[in-house]
Design a protein around this ligand. Sequence first.
Ligand SMILES: CC(C)(COP(=O)(O)OP(=O)(O)OC[C@H]1O[C@@H](n2cnc3c(N)ncnc32)[C@H](O)[C@@H]1OP(=O)(O)O)[C@@H](O)C(=O)NCCC(=O)NCCS
Length: 262
Amino acid sequence: MQKMIIREANTLDKIPVLKFCKNTFSWGDYVEQVWDFWLSEGHLFLGEKQSPVGICHAFYSENQIWIEGIRIDSRFRRQKIASDLVKHAETIGKEKNALLSYMLIDTENSASLLLANSLNYRILQTWNFYSLDPKINPNHNVYFEKSLNRQFYSHYVKSWRWLPIDDDTLLSFYEQNSIVKSSIGDKNSLAIFIASDHFDKTLIVTLFSNSNDSTLQILSFLQNYAVDKNYERIQILTKEKLPTFDSLEYKISFNLMKKLLV
Ligand SMILES: CC(C)(COP(=O)(O)OP(=O)(O)OC[C@H]1O[C@@H](n2cnc3c(N)ncnc32)[C@H](O)[C@@H]1OP(=O)(O)O)[C@@H](O)C(=O)NCCC(=O)NCCS
């Protein structure tokens, strides 16, 4: 079998890579939309035999690695190409003192879950993805949170990456009023909302729902906020099951996979 080399992808790789990242899933693939961002961020690893056979992107922050976009040309699967790409990303992460590695996998993607398992990733949490349409909805009972207890809120979702909430991030959330809370009775729900870096006019929300009533207040706020700020879509990630509400639509669930690197 021909030996594979792993290298950083470059602009010339886009066309051959996108050829095998078109119909990856039943709905297509998003690699085309994020390719330029991943390339500019760096750590877009490419496996090459005579031509590209697989990719994997890594995003390093604080002490963690976020692994995303594992794609292997269907003609080259079950040859440990994905395993080698992930291990390569982990080796570089360890050089950067990463202690943890994470990836997000559709709960129905058994091949990918088995791959992650074989590399010692374990399910940390399951998250649900909902979409919500913007709408003028001025009736909501919420306030901006300015003193988050990080014991309960360790990560937030930024462009589909679960990232740690560090001091600087928290300060920027406070400054930009990016955390909204609703307290109804003795139950609170809270949401962190930011613009997606990768997808146009998309608001991405990490929602911690503790009661239906407080969650409904936050959903109304988000709809109205999105109209105000010209967002066309709202993507909500939450561990909880959300109540029925207006255009809120459940899409899919993901396992957040975690591996200790030490
Ligand atoms: C999932 C995917 C990345 C695996 O790539 P791969 O290079 O074939 O994986 P590897 O050869 O490194 O597999 C390592 C192990 O994972 C498990 N595994 C991988 N694919 C599997 C499959 N289709 N069925 C069962 N087990 C599988 C096996 O344990 C395998 O070891 P084995 O072949 O010795 O049994 C590839 O099928 C793919 O590109 N799928 C479409 C895109 C995708 O789902 N990406 C992941 C998004 S999170």
